[in-house]
Design a protein around this ligand. Structure first.
Ligand code: FAD
Length: 303
Protein backbone atom coordinates (compact mmCIF):
# COMPACT_ATOMS: atom_id res chain seq x y z
CA UNK A 1 0.00 0.00 0.00
CA UNK A 2 1.34 3.45 -0.90
CA UNK A 3 2.01 6.05 1.80
CA UNK A 4 -0.57 8.43 0.40
CA UNK A 5 -3.20 5.67 0.41
CA UNK A 6 -2.49 4.84 4.07
CA UNK A 7 -2.64 8.53 4.94
CA UNK A 8 -5.95 8.97 3.09
CA UNK A 9 -7.45 5.96 4.84
CA UNK A 10 -6.38 7.31 8.24
CA UNK A 11 -7.68 10.74 7.30
CA UNK A 12 -11.09 9.36 6.29
CA UNK A 13 -11.52 6.99 9.22
CA UNK A 14 -10.10 9.00 12.12
CA UNK A 15 -10.12 12.59 13.32
CA UNK A 16 -6.37 12.37 13.98
CA UNK A 17 -3.72 14.73 12.61
CA UNK A 18 -1.82 12.91 9.85
CA UNK A 19 1.56 13.74 8.36
CA UNK A 20 3.35 11.87 5.59
CA UNK A 21 7.17 11.41 5.52
CA UNK A 22 7.45 13.36 8.74
CA UNK A 23 11.05 13.96 9.92
CA UNK A 24 11.38 12.36 13.35
CA UNK A 25 14.09 14.84 14.31
CA UNK A 26 11.13 17.18 14.90
CA UNK A 27 9.64 14.77 17.43
CA UNK A 28 12.65 13.63 19.48
CA UNK A 29 14.58 15.45 22.21
CA UNK A 30 17.83 14.33 20.48
CA UNK A 31 16.69 16.25 17.35
CA UNK A 32 17.80 13.19 15.39
CA UNK A 33 15.89 10.78 13.17
CA UNK A 34 14.84 10.18 9.59
CA UNK A 35 11.22 10.29 8.37
CA UNK A 36 8.28 8.30 9.66
CA UNK A 37 6.20 7.04 6.72
CA UNK A 38 3.02 8.30 8.39
CA UNK A 39 2.79 10.12 11.72
CA UNK A 40 -0.59 10.01 13.48
CA UNK A 41 -1.50 12.24 16.43
CA UNK A 42 -4.84 11.01 17.82
CA UNK A 43 -7.49 13.36 19.10
CA UNK A 44 -9.29 10.78 21.23
CA UNK A 45 -9.42 7.10 22.18
CA UNK A 46 -11.50 6.21 19.10
CA UNK A 47 -8.71 7.60 16.90
CA UNK A 48 -6.27 5.28 18.67
CA UNK A 49 -8.61 2.31 18.16
CA UNK A 50 -9.18 3.10 14.46
CA UNK A 51 -5.48 3.64 13.81
CA UNK A 52 -4.72 0.25 15.38
CA UNK A 53 -7.46 -1.39 13.28
CA UNK A 54 -6.14 0.09 10.03
CA UNK A 55 -2.61 -0.99 10.93
CA UNK A 56 -3.89 -4.55 11.63
CA UNK A 57 -6.16 -4.85 8.59
CA UNK A 58 -3.50 -3.61 6.17
CA UNK A 59 -0.54 -5.20 7.99
CA UNK A 60 1.21 -1.87 8.41
CA UNK A 61 3.76 -1.86 11.25
CA UNK A 62 2.88 0.57 14.04
CA UNK A 63 5.34 2.19 16.45
CA UNK A 64 4.15 4.02 19.57
CA UNK A 65 5.89 7.22 20.59
CA UNK A 66 5.36 9.42 23.62
CA UNK A 67 7.26 12.71 23.50
CA UNK A 68 10.42 11.18 22.07
CA UNK A 69 12.66 12.01 25.03
CA UNK A 70 14.11 8.53 25.59
CA UNK A 71 14.53 7.36 22.01
CA UNK A 72 17.09 7.45 19.23
CA UNK A 73 15.44 7.18 15.80
CA UNK A 74 17.74 5.79 13.12
CA UNK A 75 18.67 7.91 10.10
CA UNK A 76 16.49 5.93 7.67
CA UNK A 77 13.46 6.71 9.79
CA UNK A 78 10.52 4.50 10.73
CA UNK A 79 8.52 2.39 8.29
CA UNK A 80 4.76 2.28 8.67
CA UNK A 81 2.73 4.29 11.16
CA UNK A 82 4.08 6.20 14.15
CA UNK A 83 1.30 6.77 16.69
CA UNK A 84 2.39 9.80 18.67
CA UNK A 85 0.69 9.76 22.09
CA UNK A 86 2.70 12.60 23.64
CA UNK A 87 0.64 15.80 23.80
CA UNK A 88 -2.30 13.95 22.25
CA UNK A 89 -4.87 12.89 24.88
CA UNK A 90 -4.67 15.33 27.78
CA UNK A 91 -7.75 15.20 30.04
CA UNK A 92 -7.37 14.73 33.77
CA UNK A 93 -9.52 14.55 36.86
CA UNK A 94 -9.12 14.39 40.62
CA UNK A 95 -11.18 12.61 43.27
CA UNK A 96 -9.73 13.39 46.71
CA UNK A 97 -6.19 11.95 46.75
CA UNK A 98 -6.64 9.99 43.50
CA UNK A 99 -5.63 11.66 40.22
CA UNK A 100 -6.30 10.23 36.75
CA UNK A 101 -4.51 11.68 33.73
CA UNK A 102 -4.61 10.74 30.08
CA UNK A 103 -1.22 9.54 28.90
CA UNK A 104 -0.41 12.47 26.60
CA UNK A 105 -0.12 14.96 29.46
CA UNK A 106 3.50 15.98 29.96
CA UNK A 107 5.02 14.62 33.14
CA UNK A 108 6.06 18.14 34.13
CA UNK A 109 2.48 19.42 33.81
CA UNK A 110 1.11 16.44 35.70
CA UNK A 111 3.56 17.11 38.58
CA UNK A 112 2.65 20.81 38.62
CA UNK A 113 -1.11 20.08 38.71
CA UNK A 114 -0.60 17.68 41.63
CA UNK A 115 1.73 20.09 43.46
CA UNK A 116 -0.55 23.09 42.97
CA UNK A 117 -3.43 21.04 44.41
CA UNK A 118 -1.28 20.51 47.53
CA UNK A 119 -0.53 16.80 47.05
CA UNK A 120 2.88 15.25 47.58
CA UNK A 121 4.54 12.25 45.90
CA UNK A 122 5.44 13.47 42.40
CA UNK A 123 7.99 16.18 43.19
CA UNK A 124 10.85 13.93 41.97
CA UNK A 125 9.48 13.86 38.42
CA UNK A 126 8.96 17.55 37.72
CA UNK A 127 12.08 17.92 35.56
CA UNK A 128 11.83 14.64 33.67
CA UNK A 129 10.90 15.43 30.07
CA UNK A 130 8.29 13.41 28.20
CA UNK A 131 4.71 12.28 28.52
CA UNK A 132 3.04 10.44 31.37
CA UNK A 133 2.60 7.38 29.10
CA UNK A 134 6.34 7.28 28.38
CA UNK A 135 7.10 7.72 32.08
CA UNK A 136 4.96 4.69 32.97
CA UNK A 137 6.47 2.63 30.13
CA UNK A 138 9.98 3.44 31.42
CA UNK A 139 9.09 3.60 35.15
CA UNK A 140 10.90 6.93 35.02
CA UNK A 141 12.62 8.02 38.20
CA UNK A 142 14.96 10.51 39.84
CA UNK A 143 16.04 11.66 43.31
CA UNK A 144 14.95 8.39 44.98
CA UNK A 145 11.46 8.57 43.45
CA UNK A 146 9.96 6.51 40.62
CA UNK A 147 6.56 6.18 38.94
CA UNK A 148 6.09 2.85 40.72
CA UNK A 149 5.56 4.69 44.03
CA UNK A 150 2.41 6.53 42.96
CA UNK A 151 0.80 4.67 40.03
CA UNK A 152 -2.04 2.42 41.19
CA UNK A 153 -3.58 1.43 37.86
CA UNK A 154 -3.31 2.01 34.13
CA UNK A 155 -6.02 1.86 31.48
CA UNK A 156 -4.57 0.36 28.32
CA UNK A 157 -5.67 -0.53 24.83
CA UNK A 158 -4.45 -3.80 23.36
CA UNK A 159 -3.39 -3.91 19.71
CA UNK A 160 -6.80 -5.50 18.97
CA UNK A 161 -8.50 -2.38 20.33
CA UNK A 162 -9.75 -3.86 23.63
CA UNK A 163 -9.59 -1.84 26.84
CA UNK A 164 -7.88 -3.40 29.85
CA UNK A 165 -7.08 -2.06 33.32
CA UNK A 166 -3.79 -3.18 34.86
CA UNK A 167 -3.22 -3.02 38.62
CA UNK A 168 0.11 -1.94 40.11
CA UNK A 169 1.17 -5.62 40.57
CA UNK A 170 0.38 -6.37 36.93
CA UNK A 171 2.50 -3.40 35.81
CA UNK A 172 5.65 -5.23 37.04
CA UNK A 173 7.57 -2.06 37.71
CA UNK A 174 11.32 -2.41 38.22
CA UNK A 175 14.37 -0.24 37.59
CA UNK A 176 13.44 1.58 34.34
CA UNK A 177 11.12 -1.33 33.59
CA UNK A 178 7.38 -1.96 33.26
CA UNK A 179 5.22 -4.74 31.82
CA UNK A 180 4.68 -2.59 28.70
CA UNK A 181 8.23 -3.37 27.58
CA UNK A 182 7.17 -7.00 27.04
CA UNK A 183 3.59 -6.40 25.86
CA UNK A 184 2.78 -3.85 23.18
CA UNK A 185 -0.35 -2.38 24.77
CA UNK A 186 -0.93 1.34 24.60
CA UNK A 187 -1.14 3.38 27.79
CA UNK A 188 -4.28 5.52 27.68
CA UNK A 189 -4.85 6.64 31.28
CA UNK A 190 -2.81 6.59 34.45
CA UNK A 191 -4.25 6.70 37.97
CA UNK A 192 -2.07 7.77 40.88
CA UNK A 193 -2.63 7.88 44.63
CA UNK A 194 -1.02 10.83 46.42
CA UNK A 195 -1.02 12.25 49.94
CA UNK A 196 -2.04 15.67 51.13
CA UNK A 197 0.97 17.83 51.96
CA UNK A 198 2.15 21.38 52.48
CA UNK A 199 1.80 23.15 49.13
CA UNK A 200 4.63 25.63 49.64
CA UNK A 201 7.02 22.84 50.73
CA UNK A 202 6.00 20.73 47.72
CA UNK A 203 6.57 23.58 45.25
CA UNK A 204 9.88 24.50 46.90
CA UNK A 205 11.05 20.88 46.56
CA UNK A 206 10.10 20.92 42.87
CA UNK A 207 12.04 24.12 42.33
CA UNK A 208 15.05 22.63 44.12
CA UNK A 209 14.98 19.49 41.91
CA UNK A 210 14.64 21.65 38.78
CA UNK A 211 17.60 23.81 39.83
CA UNK A 212 19.75 20.74 40.47
CA UNK A 213 19.04 19.58 36.92
CA UNK A 214 19.94 22.95 35.45
CA UNK A 215 23.26 22.99 37.29
CA UNK A 216 24.25 19.34 36.64
CA UNK A 217 22.72 18.33 33.29
CA UNK A 218 23.54 19.57 29.76
CA UNK A 219 20.03 20.88 29.17
CA UNK A 220 21.31 23.44 26.67
CA UNK A 221 22.03 20.68 24.12
CA UNK A 222 19.69 18.06 22.63
CA UNK A 223 19.95 14.62 24.24
CA UNK A 224 17.82 11.72 25.42
CA UNK A 225 18.89 12.01 29.05
CA UNK A 226 21.08 9.28 30.57
CA UNK A 227 22.41 7.15 27.74
CA UNK A 228 22.95 4.05 29.87
CA UNK A 229 21.20 2.34 32.75
CA UNK A 230 22.99 2.34 36.08
CA UNK A 231 25.23 -0.75 36.14
CA UNK A 232 24.88 -2.59 39.47
CA UNK A 233 27.29 -1.17 42.04
CA UNK A 234 28.41 1.70 39.77
CA UNK A 235 27.30 5.02 38.31
CA UNK A 236 27.37 5.14 34.50
CA UNK A 237 28.53 8.79 34.33
CA UNK A 238 31.37 8.22 36.82
CA UNK A 239 32.68 5.17 34.91
CA UNK A 240 32.61 7.07 31.61
CA UNK A 241 34.42 10.01 33.21
CA UNK A 242 37.05 7.73 34.80
CA UNK A 243 37.63 6.18 31.37
CA UNK A 244 38.62 9.64 30.15
CA UNK A 245 35.75 9.91 27.72
CA UNK A 246 34.26 13.26 28.76
CA UNK A 247 34.08 15.42 25.65
CA UNK A 248 34.91 12.49 23.32
CA UNK A 249 33.21 12.93 19.95
CA UNK A 250 32.18 10.85 16.99
CA UNK A 251 30.80 13.03 14.21
CA UNK A 252 28.39 15.44 15.88
CA UNK A 253 27.71 13.19 18.91
CA UNK A 254 29.61 14.00 22.08
CA UNK A 255 29.97 12.64 25.60
CA UNK A 256 28.76 15.69 27.50
CA UNK A 257 31.47 17.73 29.16
CA UNK A 258 28.97 18.74 31.84
CA UNK A 259 27.70 15.21 32.66
CA UNK A 260 29.43 12.16 31.17
CA UNK A 261 26.26 10.08 31.57
CA UNK A 262 24.67 12.02 28.70
CA UNK A 263 25.48 11.80 24.99
CA UNK A 264 24.55 15.12 23.44
CA UNK A 265 23.86 16.16 19.89
CA UNK A 266 26.61 18.75 19.81
CA UNK A 267 26.64 19.49 16.09
CA UNK A 268 24.13 17.99 13.64
CA UNK A 269 24.75 14.45 14.89
CA UNK A 270 23.28 11.52 12.99
CA UNK A 271 21.86 8.41 14.66
CA UNK A 272 24.86 6.54 13.22
CA UNK A 273 27.20 8.91 15.12
CA UNK A 274 25.35 8.26 18.38
CA UNK A 275 25.26 4.49 17.87
CA UNK A 276 29.01 4.40 17.16
CA UNK A 277 29.68 6.49 20.24
CA UNK A 278 27.54 4.18 22.38
CA UNK A 279 29.50 1.18 21.09
CA UNK A 280 32.82 2.93 21.70
CA UNK A 281 31.86 3.74 25.29
CA UNK A 282 30.68 0.17 25.89
CA UNK A 283 33.98 -1.24 24.57
CA UNK A 284 36.12 1.14 26.65
CA UNK A 285 34.21 0.45 29.88
CA UNK A 286 34.24 -3.30 29.27
CA UNK A 287 38.00 -3.27 28.68
CA UNK A 288 38.90 -0.97 31.59
CA UNK A 289 36.38 -2.00 34.25
CA UNK A 290 34.82 -5.27 32.99
CA UNK A 291 31.37 -3.72 33.31
CA UNK A 292 28.61 -4.05 30.70
CA UNK A 293 26.85 -0.75 29.95
CA UNK A 294 23.24 -1.40 28.95
CA UNK A 295 21.69 1.47 27.02
CA UNK A 296 18.66 3.16 28.59
CA UNK A 297 17.91 5.01 25.35
CA UNK A 298 15.65 2.95 23.07
CA UNK A 299 16.65 2.68 19.41
CA UNK A 300 13.81 2.80 16.88
CA UNK A 301 13.57 2.65 13.10
CA UNK A 302 14.95 0.95 10.02
CA UNK A 303 18.54 -0.38 10.18
C1 FAD B 1 17.31 16.12 29.53
C2 FAD B 1 16.68 14.79 29.87
C3 FAD B 1 16.64 14.37 31.20
C4 FAD B 1 16.06 13.14 31.53
N1 FAD B 1 16.03 12.78 32.85
C5 FAD B 1 15.45 11.61 33.19
C6 FAD B 1 15.38 11.20 34.57
O1 FAD B 1 15.81 11.91 35.47
N2 FAD B 1 14.79 10.02 34.85
C7 FAD B 1 14.28 9.20 33.88
O2 FAD B 1 13.74 8.14 34.21
N3 FAD B 1 14.32 9.55 32.57
C8 FAD B 1 14.90 10.73 32.21
N4 FAD B 1 14.94 11.09 30.88
C9 FAD B 1 14.43 10.17 29.85
C10 FAD B 1 12.95 10.42 29.46
O3 FAD B 1 12.58 11.74 29.74
C11 FAD B 1 12.00 9.44 30.17
O4 FAD B 1 12.34 8.11 29.89
C12 FAD B 1 10.54 9.70 29.78
O5 FAD B 1 9.72 9.05 30.72
C13 FAD B 1 10.19 9.22 28.37
O6 FAD B 1 8.88 9.69 28.07
P1 FAD B 1 8.45 10.01 26.54
O7 FAD B 1 7.01 10.36 26.54
O8 FAD B 1 9.36 10.99 25.94
O9 FAD B 1 8.64 8.58 25.90
P2 FAD B 1 9.30 8.24 24.49
O10 FAD B 1 10.76 8.52 24.55
O11 FAD B 1 8.53 8.81 23.38
O12 FAD B 1 9.07 6.65 24.46
C14 FAD B 1 9.75 5.79 25.36
C15 FAD B 1 9.09 4.42 25.25
O13 FAD B 1 7.80 4.51 25.81
C16 FAD B 1 6.82 4.01 24.90
N5 FAD B 1 5.61 4.82 25.08
C17 FAD B 1 5.53 6.17 25.15
N6 FAD B 1 4.25 6.55 25.35
C18 FAD B 1 3.52 5.40 25.37
C19 FAD B 1 2.13 5.11 25.53
N7 FAD B 1 1.22 6.07 25.70
N8 FAD B 1 1.75 3.81 25.50
C20 FAD B 1 2.64 2.81 25.34
N9 FAD B 1 3.96 3.03 25.18
C21 FAD B 1 4.39 4.30 25.20
C22 FAD B 1 7.43 4.19 23.51
O14 FAD B 1 6.91 3.23 22.63
C23 FAD B 1 8.91 3.94 23.79
O15 FAD B 1 9.19 2.57 23.72
C24 FAD B 1 15.51 12.31 30.51
C25 FAD B 1 15.54 12.74 29.19
C26 FAD B 1 16.11 13.97 28.86
C27 FAD B 1 16.10 14.43 27.43
Amino acid sequence: MKLQEIALLLQNETGAKIRVSEPMCNHTSFHIGGPADVLVVPDNTEDVRNTLRISREHRIPLTVLGNGSNVLVRDKGIRGIVLKMGNALKHWEQHDDRFTFESGVSLAQCCRIIGEAGYTGMEFAVGIPGSLGGAVYMNAGAYDGEMKNTVVSVLTMTRSGDLKTLTSEELQFGYRHSAFQEADDIVLQVTMDLSKGDKSEILAKMDDFSQRRISKQPLELPSAGSTFKRPEGHFAGALIEQAGLKGFRIGGAEVSVKHAGFIVNADHATAADVLQLIEHIQNCIQTKFHVYMKPEVLVLGEE
